[in-house]
Design a protein around this ligand. Structure first.
Ligand SMILES: Nc1nc2c(ncn2[C@@H]2O[C@H](COP(=O)(O)OP(=O)(O)OP(=O)(O)O)[C@@H](O)[C@H]2O)c(=O)[nH]1
Ligand SMILES: [Mg+2]
Length: 307
């Protein structure tokens, strides 16, 4: 009797593991969700569209299994070589995962961009979850019903889950659902691994996020950040130099600001996050450099890690 009970138990508790892609339009909240579920800031977040430029993995390990969340750039029409590469990153992510999570800003009305994203998910023919994000912005939760109806007619979703990545609503339900829908299997990564990104890249992305947050509408698209020096001088102190690349001298002036005031603000905000990431003090130096048309320059894109 006892042994059969144990058997039932062990089948029930079989661990699940695998990859889940976060796919959606720019600004849907994919990176906010990634950071939220991992419990650490690993992806840049801003209110400017096209913040994320490459695939970023965030790993969650629980007794029920391990989920590797794959954050991707927001789906948009590619103009520059950079944007073509961003869209290739989305396609590659879709190919390589066990599960797809379409994340949709539920506070805005449906447009062509949403149909385009939906088509990508349909063509992938993968099991998929629909995440209706930003429910904290809705006055009435019943506003979700027409949206749910519309999506339900379009694809055979494994689950439809309203969430708020920002306010941490229903995100535990979402993680449990992801784990349930991943295949049975052993963990892929060790328990203490949180991301596939190197410290240098995490640092560059922190600086880029601060640039995006402290600038107007033009700068985000024309900015790349590279960590040129990362020296752990002592166990508890590092010297870091980052280069902020823009396309024109006028943009360089905007980022530096009057009396270097904006660059200083960017540096202070970035250093705070970098110190939290590394757990010790950091000396951060920022430089601004002009590289005309870097977004169409394959060599520079490779150099900046935008492969
Ligand atoms: N109110 C509210 N805002 C949110 C929520 N999730 C994300 N946001 C905000 O939406 C904006 C975009 O968030 P991101 O996480 O950068 O969006 P993304 O989908 O990664 O965007 P791209 O990388 O550009 O594709 C930021 O200002 C977030 O703070 C949410 O649940 N509620
Ligand atoms: Mg993003």
């Amino acid at each position: 009797m006892e042994s059969s009970e144990n058997k039932v138990q062990s089948t029930k508790n079989k661990a699940h593991s695998g990859y889940v892609a976060l796919i959606g339009r720019p600004n849907a909240g994919k990176s906010t969700l990634l950071n939220r579920v991992v419990g650490q800031k690993i992806a840049a977040v801003s209110d400017k569209p096209q913040t994320t430029r490459f695939r970023i993995q965030g790993i969650i390990t629980k007794p029920e299994g391990q989920a590797v969340f794959v954050d991707t750039p927001g789906v948009h029409q590619p103009g520059y070589e950079l944007n073509r590469r961003m869209m290739t990153a989305v396609q590659d992510a879709l190919l390589g995962v066990d599960l797809v999570a379409l994340i949709r800003d539920a506070s805005v009305s449906t447009g062509n961009g949403d149909r385009f994203v939906l088509d990508l998910v349909k063509r992938s023919e993968k099991p998929a979850l629909l995440l209706l994000n930003k429910i904290d912005k809705l006055e009435e939760k019943s506003a979700l019903l027409p949206l749910i109806d519309w999506y339900r007619n379009e694809y055979d979703w494994r689950e439809i889950i309203p969430i708020s990545a920002l306010k941490d609503e229903m995100t535990d339900v979402l993680v449990a659902s992801v784990l349930r829908h991943l295949p049975e299997g052993e963990p892929i990564f060790s328990e203490d691994e949180l991301t596939d990104q190197s410290l240098r890249v995490l640092v560059s992305e922190i600086v880029r996020e601060k640039v995006l947050r402290q600038s107007g509408d033009e700068i985000p698209y024309v900015t790349a950040v590279v960590t040129e020096r990362f020296e752990e001088v002592r166990e508890d102190f590092a010297r870091i130099n980052c280069v902020i690349v823009v396309e024109r001298t006028s943009q360089k002036k905007i980022i530096i600001g009057k009396g270097a005031s904006r660059l200083k603000e960017i540096g202070i905000a970035a250093r705070r996050d970098i110190e939290a990431l590394l757990g010790h003090r950091v000396h951060l130096e920022l430089f601004v450099k002009v590289e005309e048309d870097w977004r169409n320059d394959a060599r520079l894109l490779d150099e900046y890690g935008l492969a």
